[in-house]
Ligand binder design. Structure first.
Ligand SMILES: Cc1cc2nc3c(=O)[nH]c(=O)nc-3n(C[C@H](O)[C@H](O)[C@H](O)COP(=O)(O)OP(=O)(O)OC[C@H]3O[C@@H](n4cnc5c(N)ncnc54)[C@H](O)[C@@H]3O)c2cc1C
Length: 331
């Protein structure tokens, strides 16, 4: 585990110990765990950037996940939970340790009255549509970005005035050496794109939502309408990870970066979007180093001109958070 340099910008990938033979053997012989080696993370992120994961596991149940967590702890290797990869920047050199994706039983959805229980591997867009079809409302505004339930819980993701905390009651959380437990979401200190789960070794395996009964057809129409508006305001076509920085109090990171004249700034294959200055797009074979250069340039420019210290919203994994803060603090 890394030092908590900045919640939400710290990866759980440190220290970078490798996965030894014994650990690989234990993982491969665990029921419900599928092990692959040297999987390019670029193919698993919306930015399309990132070198190989030393070991990439697909985990199908809470029991299988517990064993993966135990192996990681006992063999002292890092474990990174991977959702849809829509809010993460991985290094070009890849990451040592285990990258874990939740599938199988962890993609199940159960309805009971107005209560919806979803595995952490379910995509929010699918959940919003499926619940709307059942006349259950509340997730429409959260359906327009690429996210798993687990990733959205950890980020307390939100859009159009609705955040995860508005619809969640409980989440299921696994921690090394402890059984998975249900925790009230408000006890996890949800704030603006933050929860106390960030920068820890906790894993979200599922979530319970409290929705309300209403007109399902109208909810589906609203989902389509919100998504149309959304795609008009975001850079289309080029890979990206949504907002790079959190908005500072009473302002917008995009406005500040734009006011510094940085729209369209390029480093290698990456560019600060000409459409939305708080989004960096991968124009052509961008590297993580290119994205980090642009983030540092934007951070310095906004600090020098406005005295505002922007904080990354995107998760800088595998040592990139330390590199980012090291560079911005160096001046
Ligand atoms: C086009 C676009 C638009 C976006 N718009 C928005 C928006 O409007 N609002 C918004 O809030 N975000 C937005 N985002 C950012 C992103 O979609 C959200 O932050 C999303 O919730 C991340 O979910 P994920 O499954 O992709 O997580 P990942 O990016 O895979 O992971 C994000 C973090 O969560 C951790 N994590 C993931 N799953 C788990 C788990 N099960 N247990 C523990 N930790 C886990 C990861 O380790 C990582 O630290 C946008 C992104 C894109 C590309």
């Amino acid at each position: 585990m890394t030092a908590d340099i900045d919640k939400g910008a710290v990866s759980v990938l440190q220290p970078p110990l490798g996965v030894n033979r014994a650990a690989r053997k234990r993982l491969s012989s665990t029921a419900g765990v599928l092990v692959r080696e040297a999987v390019p993370l670029a193919s698993a992120t919306t930015l399309r950037i990132g070198g190989p994961a030393e070991v990439f596991v697909r985990v199908d149940s809470e029991a299988a996940l517990s064993e993966v967590m135990t192996v990681a702890r006992e063999c002292r290797v890092s474990l990174h939970l991977h959702g849809h990869g829509s809010n993460v920047l991985f290094p070009d050199a890849g990451v040592r340790g285990i990258v874990c994706r939740l599938r199988g039983e962890l993609e199940r959805v159960e309805l009971e009255g107005e209560t919806v229980r979803a595995g952490a591997g379910v995509t929010l867009a699918r959940l919003a549509r499926d619940t709307a079809k059942q006349g259950l409302l509340g997730l429409e505004a959260l359906s327009g970005f690429p996210s798993t339930v687990g990733g959205a819980v950890v980020m307390n993701a939100g859009c159009y005035g609705t955040e995860m905390r508005d619809v969640l009651t409980e989440v299921r959380v696994g921690r090394p050496g402890r059984p998975v437990e249900a925790v009230r979401f408000d006890l996890l200190e949800p704030g603006y794109r933050t929860t106390s789960l960030q920068g820890t070794d906790a894993v979200v395996t599922g979530a319970e939502f409290r929705l309300r009964r209403g007109d399902g057809a109208a909810a589906l129409a609203r989902i389509d309408e919100l998504n149309r508006c959304r795609w008009q305001s975001l850079p289309s076509g080029k890979p990206n990870a949504g907002s790079v920085f959190r908005n500072p109090d009473d302002d917008f990171a995009g406005r500040l970066i734009e006011a510094c004249g940085l729209k369209g700034l390029r480093r290698g294959g990456a560019e600060i979007s000409g459409r939305h200055a708080n989004v960096i797009v991968n124009r052509e074979q961008a590297r993580a180093a290119d994205v980090l250069d642009l983030m540092v340039a934007a951070h310095r420019a906004v600090r020098d001109r406005f005295g505002v210290e922007l904080r990354p919203e995107i998760v800088l994994a595998g040592g990139l958070a330390e590199e980012f803060w090291g560079r911005v603090r160096a001046g």
